[in-house]
Structures are given as C-alpha cells and as structure tokens.
Ligand binder design. Structure first.
Ligand code: ZN
Length: 148
C-alpha cells in the first residue's frame, strides 16, 4: 500500500500519511489544524483544485450558496455524513456565490450539487438535498470497494 496524501482544507498544505497511521486524528504539518475535523470547510478555488490534484483520498464537494434554502437545510446532514465518511473521503464545500469561476467550470446548473472525485476525476454527481444517510449511501455506492 502506498502513502496517503491529504490536502489540508484550511491552508492547502499537502500531508503525507504512512499507511500505518490512522488519518482520523492526524494534524496538518503546516498549520496544525486537524486534517479531518468532522466539519467540512468552505474552500477557495485554489484549495479546491489542490484537493483534487494533490490528494489521494476521494474528494466530495458540496456546491452551495447562502441564498439557497435547500442548501442550508442540507448543511447539518452533510456534517453528519462527514463524521461517518471521513477520513476515507475528504469532504469540502464550495460556495458558488463566492467561487463563481470554479462553479461555472464545474458546470453547476442547480444547487445543492454534490460531486465525487476519484483519482482526480469526476466520478459522480447528484443534485438536490439529501439526508445524512442518503449522502453516506450515495458515496459508498460510488467508492472503490477497498475504500468503502
Ligand atoms: Zn493546514
């Protein structure tokens, strides 16, 4: 098994974790933040790109906006799903109102939209609010069996 690379959601630092070490309690070597805090961070375009290009764990992004009622309603479910899915999956959020360029590059038509990236490529996307259980199930169905 090769090392795991996890990109910090706060500072963008790339952390290499040996396979023997559990990622759940790991902290960023650059800024000291917990790599998986169970609280998906809103990231900027640069951090978003780094998560996908430099990290080795699957990345799930929730594209949302502050004016979107269903997005706000889903936020607690997304957090609850993070407690279940992390650290197997890196979960982040992208505010489409702030990060318009990234949102348009992703071809976002409606929000909330969740996109799962595996090995740097989009593997699946879904639109519409979901419960925590539905999010976890949807992601698990898409993960390679070794990671699920
Ligand atoms: Zn950091």
């Amino acid at each position: 098994m090769t090392e795991t690379r996890v990109v910090c959601s706060k500072c963008g630092g790339v952390n290499r974790l040996p396979p023997s070490r559990s990622a759940s309690g790991a902290k960023c070597g650059k800024c000291g933040a917990k790599l998986f805090a169970g609280h998906p961070e809103d990231v900027g375009t640069e951090n978003f790109d780094r998560q996908i290009a430099r990290g080795t764990v699957p990345v799930l992004v929730d594209v949302w906006a502050p004016w979107c009622g269903p997005c706000l309603a889903m936020a607690p479910a997304y957090e609850a799903a993070a407690r279940d899915l992390e650290p197997r999956v890196r979960m982040i959020k992208l505010n489409s109102e702030v990060e318009q360029e990234a949102a348009s590059r992703l071809g976002i038509r409606g929000i909330p939209t969740m996109i799962l990236f595996l090995d740097g490529r989009e593997a699946a996307r879904t639109s519409g609010a979901m419960s925590a259980q539905q999010i976890v199930q949807w992601v698990r169905d898409k993960l390679p069996t070794a990671a699920a």
